[in-house]
Each structure stands twice: as structure tokens, then as C-alpha cells.
Write a protein that binds this ligand. Structure first.
Ligand SMILES: Cc1cc2nc3c(=O)[nH]c(=O)nc-3n(C[C@H](O)[C@H](O)[C@H](O)COP(=O)(O)O)c2cc1C
Length: 496
């Protein structure tokens, strides 16, 4: 008897990554070949291209394989350029799948995201990041992480099941044999986004072996809160967009009264004939100033006095950490405002646009030496930061000085569990009021800014976003209308 012919294993083509326009984007081309992307009321110019590109650009609605841009023909390279420009502006998503069926859709969260597939060997051990989470969004399931440059829309529930197995570190070779193995391409994309990570030989995949010491100090909810409540590392709508205006009436400015019998304090206050104290007057004078007089900018001497009075270190000492059994020495440095646990984790960075006696540029305030230290940044980055502040205030021009309050997160989370990030935000609020009061006392103008771009700050300083980053901003300068509050304009990005 003849042995049955050995069945040939059928080779399945690997899934391919394709780029496609995000659903709300449309492309339009002019007769001269210039292409613009249109969405809502905006249009973004993408450059001028040859007729071949204009003919093919509509294929980006269904998707074009990334591999096709490297095909060598001039038109393919031009399409590649168009696609990169769309990606830089956050107007694309990427599909991973076979023959029109997506396994996942990748939605970039940072402007420079481009799918990368680092090589994974059979002996590599991989695990799910402790920052990764799967949740329902509308009718979809999304896999996200505050560390990731993109989120993954999971189109096949089997993938979610398979990924759940990676809560325990798995060797790639063994994981490959598991039912529902999602494919090495997806694993590589997830490693690139730090949703999965390689566990080194001695690692157990747990907190201490993922990332650096600064990452160890973060609780899951704190890192998520930081990245999802700031600009730069997420693509969600942000700012004063009134998302529920048509659904829910606006909550009132003044809380409805409790029903109990009231004790009327007006009667008691009315008997006091004392003139208001200087501090009370200062409190009542304080207001936000968004419009600055660029013909009479703040001077370096005024800035020095402002920082000296509001932010300079006043005393330094060391103390043992209260661990009971003799913890390490912890250093402290008191400043003119209170800080949770005396941590004083907040640093001031100044984007100087117009200050008499001080060159335009970016500086760190050394609160110990009472000195400004210049930090070399690219001019477009400095301008982007000042322009974002102008936009957030709905102001007619950029502020003379923009102070970014950045937190050294680990200084607080080294001690405090669960409440670290919330303490930092409270500290930022306290410092903002201190800056407001000092500006008022000096006859200067200032305005808190509620949105800040943590990715831009990371690029400007070279500091990783989880090490030290913005938690607040304050615009400072000489107001154009001394003593009077300017109208808070209804700017889209503003929190006024
Ligand atoms: C945390 C915080 C964030 C703010 N963000 C903005 C902002 O992004 N843009 C803006 O124009 N004003 C901003 N403001 C200023 C408020 O609009 C202002 O304090 C409020 O309207 C009250 O006006 P007043 O400060 O003149 O008393 C912010 C204030 C705070 C405390």
C-alpha cells in the first residue's frame, strides 16, 4: 500500500498593514495638484502632487498597503509622502488584516506615530504592560495604554482572549501554539507601542521589571489620568467644546440651598466697621489678564522680584523618612507656598516671548540659586508653546512670559500611593493662586491656563513624559488695561 501523500501545509499570507483616512477626513485636489485635507470647518494643506497621486488619493478611503509605497515607482514614493504628511497631522488610521478584513485598526494618539514592527524571536518572553487596558467605546472594544503612541480597535474577540493570556509572561514560541494566536505582526506592533513588553531573563513581568525606576513609581490610574487630561499624547476632543449642551441643561453657578434653618452671616459681617485688610483688598483685586501691553513688556528686574517672592527656596534641611525602623534621609526645601507632604515637586519653566532685558527663549528657574538657566529649544517649539497659550486664552497675542509648572512626579509618588497625582494637581492649584496674587501685588497681569501639551514639553526638554512634565501653566506680563479684568473670550480650547 502506498503511504498517503503528505499534506502540504498551506501558507497563509501574513496580514498587511494599510493606511487609510480617518472617517471624518476628506481629501480635495485643485487643478494645480495641490491637495488639502478637510474636516469639520478646517482644511489643512498637504502640498502639491502629480496627477498620478491625485488619481490614486481616493484609494486612501479604503486603504493602501504601506508596502506599496516602497515599490520604487515615482508615483508610489509620492503617495508615501502624502501618507506621511497625513500621519504627521493625525489624519490617518492603520488597518492590520487580510483581504479587506481587519484584525485590528490602529488609531494614532501622537502626531508622529507610524506603525513599527520590531523583530520578535521565538525565545523572547513577552507580557502585557500593567498600564494596558481593554474597554468598550461605543460598540467597539479598544486596547489602550497611557504609554502607547496609538490605540488598537480590536475587531475580532478571539484576539482579546489570546492577549489576556499575556497577563502571565509567555515565550513567543509557546504562545504561537495557543488557539487564537493573533499573529507575530500584531504582537510586534503592540511591543512597539509598549502595550506588550519584553521581559528580560531575570524579570518576572511585574512592576519592577517594566520600564525604568521612574515608571515603577507610577500607579496605573495616575499615569492614565495624566495622559488623558492633558494634550499631546491622546487624540480625544479636548477643551471647552460643550459636548453635552444639547442633552443636559447647564448646572447652575450657585448651588440650590439646603433646606435647614440658615444662620445669616450678613448680619454679623455688617456690624464690622473695620476697613478690609491689605490681603483682602489684594484678593478682591486679583483677576485674569489675557491681553498684554507689548509696548511696555515686563522687565527682567520685575521677573526676578516676582520669582523671588513667589517661588524661591527659603530653607533646606534633611529628615529621616517616617518608616519607623529608620528610613533613608529625605531632603526638603521650603518655598513661599504650601505643598502636600512638603514635597515641593513643582518646577517652573519660562517661555520668554517679550521681556525687557531677557532674550527670547526657554529657561528653567533654579529656585535654589534664584537663577534662570537657558535651555536650547527649537524656535518652532517655543513659538508653538506661546501660540497654544494665546489660543487657550483666546487672546489677541502671545503672553510676554508663559510659565509652565512641571512636576517631578516621583518626588511625590515615592511616598504616596493612590493619591500622588491628585496631590500634585492640588499643589499646582495652590501655586497658581500664589502666582496670581504676586502678579496682582506687583501691578502685573496673569492668567492660569488649563490645557498643556505634555508631548511638546517632552520634545523641548528631552525629558520623558513620565519623569517630569507640565501640570499647569500661567501667562504673565504687563496688562494692557492695568487694574481691570479683560473679558474672558469664548475660545474653543480655553477653560475660561
Ligand atoms: C485651573 C484654571 C484653569 C484656567 N484655564 C484658563 C484657560 O485655559 N484660558 C483662559 O482664558 N482662562 C483660564 N482660566 C482663568 C479663568 O477663566 C478665570 O479665573 C475665571 O474666569 C474667573 O475670572 P478671574 O480670574 O478674572 O477672577 C483658568 C483658571 C484656572 C484656575
Amino acid at each position: 500500500m502506498r503511504a498517503p501523500a503528505k499534506k502540504k501545509a498551506r501558507r497563509i499570507a501574513p496580514p498587511c498593514i494599510s493606511a487609510r483616512l480617518s472617517a471624518h477626513i476628506a481629501l480635495q485636489a485643485d487643478a494645480d495638484g495641490s491637495i488639502v485635507a478637510c474636516f469639520d470647518d478646517y482644511s489643512v494643506g498637504l502640498g502639491t502632487f502629480s496627477p498620478g497621486v491625485v488619481d490614486r488619493m481616493h484609494q486612501l478611503r479604503a486603504g493602501l498597503a504601506l508596502a506599496s509605497f516602497t515599490a520604487g515607482r515615482a508615483v508610489d514614493k509620492e503617495i508615501g509622502l502624502l501618507v506621511h504628511r497625513l500621519a504627521q497631522r493625525g489624519l490617518l488610521e492603520f488597518g492590520l488584516g487580510r483581504a479587506d478584513r481587519d484584525q485590528v485598526v490602529i488609531e494614532p494618539q501622537v502626531p508622529d506615530y507610524w506603525p513599527q514592527t520590531p523583530k520578535l524571536g521565538n525565545q523572547d518572553v513577552i507580557a502585557l504592560s500593567r498600564f494596558a487596558y481593554l474597554r468598550r467605546r461605543g460598540n467597539e472594544m479598544v486596547l489602550e495604554s497611557p504609554r502607547a503612541g496609538a490605540l488598537f480597535r480590536i475587531c475580532d474577540p478571539k484576539i482579546a482572549t489570546a492577549l489576556a493570556l499575556l497577563s502571565t509572561p509567555q515565550k513567543v514560541a509557546a504562545f504561537w501554539r495557543q488557539p487564537g494566536f493573533p499573529g507575530i505582526e500584531l504582537l510586534a506592533l503592540l511591543v512597539d507601542c509598549q502595550i506588550l513588553f519584553r521581559v528580560d531573563a531575570n524579570g518576572d513581568g511585574l512592576r519592577a521589571s517594566e520600564g525604568d525606576d521612574d515608571l515603577v513609581l507610577w500607579d496605573f490610574h495616575d499615569l492614565l489620568f495624566h495622559t488623558r487630561s492633558t494634550e499631546g499624547r491622546q487624540a480625544n476632543p479636548l477643551g471647552g467644546l460643550y459636548p453635552y449642551a444639547g442633552l443636559i441643561p447647564p448646572p447652575p453657578a450657585v448651588r440650590p440651598r439646603w433646606p435647614g434653618k440658615k444662620i445669616d452671616l450678613r448680619k454679623v459681617s455688617a456690624t464690622s466697621s473695620e476697613a478690609p485688610s491689605p490681603f483682602t483688598r489684594l484678593l478682591h483685586e486679583r483677576h485674569s489678564t489675557r491681553d498684554f501691553d507689548d509696548t511696555r513688556p515686563i522687565t527682567l528686574a520685575e521677573l526676578a522680584r516676582f520669582l523671588d517672592s513667589a517661588a524661591r527656596i527659603q530653607a533646606k534641611w534633611k529628615d529621616k523618612a517616617d518608616l519607623g525602623n529608620g528610613g533613608p534621609d529625605v531632603s526638603y526645601a521650603a518655598r513661599p507656598y504650601p505643598s502636600g507632604g512638603g514635597a515641593y515637586e513643582l518646577e517652573l519653566y519660562l517661555a520668554v516671548g517679550n521681556c525687557e532685558g531677557l532674550a527670547r527663549g526657554f529657561y528653567h528657574y533654579d529656585a535654589d540659586q534664584h537663577a534662570l538657566v537657558p535651555i536650547g529649544v527649537k524656535t518652532p517649539e517655543l513659538e508653538a508653546q506661546l501660540a497654544a497659550a494665546e489660543f487657550a486664552m483666546g487672546a489677541p497675542a502671545a503672553p510676554q512670559i508663559l510659565i509652565t509648572i512641571a512636576a517631578r512626579f516621583g518626588r511625590v509618588s515615592w511616598k504616596y500611593s493612590s493619591v500622588a497625582y491628585s496631590l500634585i494637581l492640588k499643589d499646582a492649584g495652590v501655586l497658581l493662586q500664589t502666582l496670581y496674587m504676586m502678579a496682582t501685588d506687583m501691578g502685573l497681569g496673569g492668567c492660569a491656563i488649563g490645557t498643556n501639551n505634555i508631548d511638546l514639553f517632552a520634545k523641548m526638554t528631552g525629558l520623558e513624559f513620565h519623569v517630569e512634565g507640565p501640570v499647569g501653566q500661567f501667562a504673565l506680563g504687563r496688562g494692557s488695561k492695568p487694574g481691570s479684568a479683560d473679558e474672558p473670550p469664548p475660545a474653543q480650547g480655553s477653560l475660561d
